[in-house]
Design a protein around this ligand. Structure first.
Ligand code: FAD
Length: 431
């Protein structure tokens, strides 16, 4: 049987048809395009069977598939190890060219290089595109060509470059949809992929309050943030559209989106940050790493209401407000002297918006070991944070219903823990 000639577009963390650069270029190529998604066993094998992020990916793909079915096309869904899947696709189709958007995480870079070589050995052209960020890799660097490791000058350069280019170009794919391959590939059930439904769901993003963002974003009871993070993580929203919108509406909000790119370029330039302190002179800190303490932190039973409310929000919803993330992270590293990597791993397991660059970057920021990090002697007082940002206790009561019945004693005294943290850090930091 003759194999069908086709081009492929490989969806990964860009789960949308709209304003998708790689897809835009694929649809302009000379052959009809098969949109592909691979449920990658290398990633899935470490996840619980009801992982809500897999649910979200599945639902987003179903949404894409629904739109494609209207034009007699569909997404080809595969499950397996990406490299093996590509090997088998080579036997099924006469593939002419493969298009995808770049992923900047170390695991993805390695995977993509191997697949790139496999396809090239088979005389298939591969084209990859910048889609996940406005500025990638080495586009925003210091005058000496080295990466920025401090946020504010990075942001200033980012803004200068963004304004010079007018705004980020947007890519309308709709007029090109006739170039999708016409076939009804079978769309598997979630169970066939090996997963169940989770009670935890990604909530729709909400931009209605962004005009007041600066004033309300730090108050967890106010719902003053966008809930965009999982959407940016999996690309159900285009960063270019969002940034152009944010630039017109609210500069503080735009600055937060630049933090995201700052950490993505840090991870790209310094991949060691995944497993090591960015500042290696902090390697001598003697963490206590007490497992029972860690368990109390995870379950939200430290006796500090702001910490406990945050951890319970995370455990129940897969989300935690940013102000509270800073408080719980500081508490783990400083009050309990537990290595940031334990907290990072717990967040990675639970957060719907888990993004390696932002998670590692923010954890190292809180621990003081990262670039442009909080100074080691800054130890948030969780009670003062609560008084400042949840003074009426609305947030803590929402997550700790038993709060008014007389709440647990703090597991460690703040003044004692603060002194212990500063002394331990001081002794461990190499000059
Ligand atoms: P908004 O306030 O509406 O912000 C809009 C967008 O800006 C966010 O969706 C996000 O893309 C970006 N952003 C905002 N703050 C930051 C920040 N500090 N660093 C990087 N990007 C930011 N964010 C993640 O997306 N994934 C993570 O794994 C993650 N882990 C974190 C761990 C810790 C310890 C801390 C302190 C923060 C972490 N953050 C992470 C950053 C931030 O808390 C979330 O992006 C934010 O709470 C998501 O809610 P939102 O979309 O409503 O935020």
């Amino acid at each position: 049987m003759t194999k069908q000639k086709a081009n492929f577009f490989w969806f990964r963390r860009d789960l949308r048809l709209d304003d998708n650069i790689g897809l835009f270029h694929a649809l302009q190529s000379d052959f009809l395009v098969i949109p592909l998604f691979i449920f990658d066993e290398d990633i899935l094998e470490n996840l619980p069977k009801n992982d809500p992020r897999v649910n979200f990916i599945y639902d987003s793909l179903q949404e894409i598939n629904k739109q494609l079915l209207e034009i007699n096309s569909s997404v080809l869904i595969k499950k397996g190890k990406s490299f093996e899947i590509w090997k088998s696709l080579l036997t099924e189709f006469d593939i002419q060219e493969v298009f995808f958007n770049k992923d900047y995480e170390p695991f993805a870079i390695k995977r993509d290089l191997a697949i790139f070589s496999l396809l090239q050995e088979n005389n298939i052209k591969v084209s990859s595109f910048k889609d996940h960020v406005i500025f990638e890799e080495k586009e925003i660097v210091k005058s000496d060509g080295l990466p920025y490791t401090v946020y504010t000058p990075y942001k200033n350069k980012w803004l200068e470059k963004y304004h010079l280019s007018g705004q980020a170009a947007e890519y309308d794919t709709k007029p090109l949809w006739a170039n999708f391959y016409k076939n009804h590939f079978q769309f598997p059930e979630l169970l066939e992929i090996g997963f169940d439904r989770s009670a935890i769901k990604v909530v729709p993003h909400n931009l209605s309050q962004i005009s007041n963002y600066k004033e309300i974003r730090d108050f967890p009871a106010l719902d003053g943030t966008s809930y965009l993070s999982p959407h940016l993580r999996f690309g159900t929203v285009s960063i270019r559209k969002l940034v152009n919108w944010a630039n017109r509406k609210n500069q503080t909000f735009l600055s937060e989106l630049i933090w995201r790119e700052f950490f993505i370029q840090i991870l790209f330039s310094f991949p060691k940050v995944v497993h090591q302190n960015f500042k290696s002179n902090y390697d001598g800190i003697q963490w206590r790493n007490n497992e029972a303490d860690f368990e109390r932190w995870c379950s939200g039973t430290t006796g500090y209401p702001m910490v406990d409310a945050g951890m319970r929000q995370l455990n129940e919803t897969g989300y935690m407000h940013n102000r509270v993330r800073m408080v719980v992270a500081s508490f783990l590293c400083k009050h309990l002297l537990i290595n940031w990597q334990w907290g990072e791993a717990y967040f990675a397991e639970k957060l719907l918006d888990f993004e390696l660059a932002s998670n590692v970057g923010n954890w190292q920021w809180a621990a003081g070991t990262g670039c442009d990090a909080a100074p080691y002697f800054r130890v948030f007082n969780p009670d003062i944070q609560q008084k400042k940002f949840d003074k009426d206790g609305i947030y803590i009561r929402k997550w700790i219903p038993e709060f008014d019945l007389g709440y647990n004693e703090p597991m460690v005294d703040h003044a004692f823990a603060r002194d212990r943290a500063i002394t331990t850090y001081k002794a461990g930091i190499l000059k």
